[in-house]
Design a protein around this ligand. Structure first.
Ligand code: ADP
Length: 363
């Protein structure tokens, strides 16, 4: 059931607004302070919040910011309402702080109802899109998942056939067997990549205390054989331990693996990992001395299956798209800076998660 949270410390104004909304058929919850508003929001998860800016304890802008930290409130509409903070800079601060609209009192009841209805319409359209997107995601996951088993059978039996035919086969048969085996292996890595890509949203993203130094070590351990065979030198600055989303080990692994894969011929791969704080986030970088990427492709490479290389360098073209998904699932961003021939530096931004809304709920 969609509901509205009406937040205002001025009781007569709050009652009047609640009555107008209830008469129009909406379910309304009320709060008179910022603290109460956060409590009500965590209990009811309202679809729309009418949020007074001037509150006695926490100001409305901060309440809005804290509400947005609760993943369940990402798609709720938050509309500030104010009679006194009505200058341009107030409105800009409110909207840039995460609100969807800034209403100035006095508001005609008919306008309030029409505005609320317009937001609900937009929300329904967004919901329908989200659902159809989820269905597509599930479909992609199922297809990739169901292809794994028959593919494994093809790969195993091709190897078995190759061994059984042994020296008896003629050249044409050997060549055909090689084509089948290569194609099956390429398809296997493609399907595995696709499965990893769909898993990012399929398995809900977790939040916890993340030790990035330990994560990097895990990624390096997984890449041990590639590091050893290429003679790659991996160095890093001190990396933080912060409260953030999980799954970044995969990001390190994909980026370092690429740094090794896309090395310059005859040049020993050197990869350096650093981190620096940036407001409420950390920006990590993975710098290499490889072949680099031309500026015109620097956005494209984050699209699924976009590759700049042929089969001479193996890959499914899904690694960077998976990194992008992981980073964006946690509200971050990923990008690259590079000059062809001198190497590439991949950056990813990780927002530090504070959980006051959840802490609030627990208390
Ligand atoms: P894959 O490596 O499997 O092809 P990715 O999604 O990891 O797929 O990368 C997409 C493309 O971006 C690669 O095919 C390659 O052309 C380019 N690329 C990725 N990382 C680097 C790098 N460190 N240096 C140069 N090119 C890179």
């Amino acid at each position: 059931m969609e509901s509205i949270l009406n937040v205002d410390d001025y009781a007569p104004g709050r009652y009047a607004r609640t009555r107008v909304l209830q008469q129009a058929g909406f379910v309304v919850h009320e709060a008179a302070t910022g603290k109460e508003a956060l409590e009500q929001a965590s209990i009811h998860c309202p679809s729309l919040v009418l949020l007074d800016v001037n509150l006695p304890d926490i100001d409305g802008f901060e309440v809005c910011r804290l509400m947005r930290l609760d993943p369940r409130m990402f798609s709720s509409a938050i509309l500030h309402i104010s009679a006194s903070n009505i200058q341009t800079h107030h409105q800009v601060a409110g909207l840039e702080g995460g609100a969807d609209s800034y209403l100035v009192e006095p508001i005609e009841p008919a306008v309030l109802i029409a505005t609320v209805k317009a937001f609900f319409r937009a929300r329904q359209a967004e919901e329908a899109l989200r659902r159809s997107n989820e269905e597509l995601e599930r479909f992609g996951y199922r297809v990739a998942h169901d292809l794994t088993e028959p593919l494994r059978t093809i790969v195993t039996h091709t190897q078995l056939l190759e061994r059984k035919l042994g020296e008896h086969q003629d050249e044409a048969v050997t060549a055909s067997m090689r084509f089948v085996a290569d194609a099956a292996n390429r398809m296997k890595s493609f399907v595995e990549g696709l499965l990893g890509f769909s898993r990012v949203t399929h398995e809900s993203s977790q939040v916890g205390s993340v030790d990035f130094e330990a994560m990097l070590q895990l990624a390096e351990a997984d890449l041990a054989s590639a590091i050893q065979s290429s003679g790659a030198q991996i160095t890093h600055d001190a990396l933080p331990q912060v409260s953030a989303g999980t799954g970044f080990e995969q990001v390190f692994q994909n980026l370092i693996s690429n740094s090794i894969k896309y090395r310059r011929e005859g040049v020993r791969p050197e990869v350096h990992i650093s981190a620096r704080p940036d407001g409420d986030s950390w920006i990590f970088s993975v710098r290499d001395n490889g072949i680099g990427i031309e500026p015109r492709y620097q956005n494209d490479i984050f699209q699924p299956f976009r590759r700049l290389h042929g089969r001479d360098i193996p890959g499914s073209g899904i690694g960077l798209a998976t990194c992008k998904r992981i980073v964006e699932a946690h509200g971050g961003a990923i990008w690259v800076e590079s000059q062809p021939g001198t190497g590439a530096t991949f950056f990813f931004k990780v927002p530090v998660v504070s959980t006051p809304v959840m802490a609030h709920r627990a208390s």
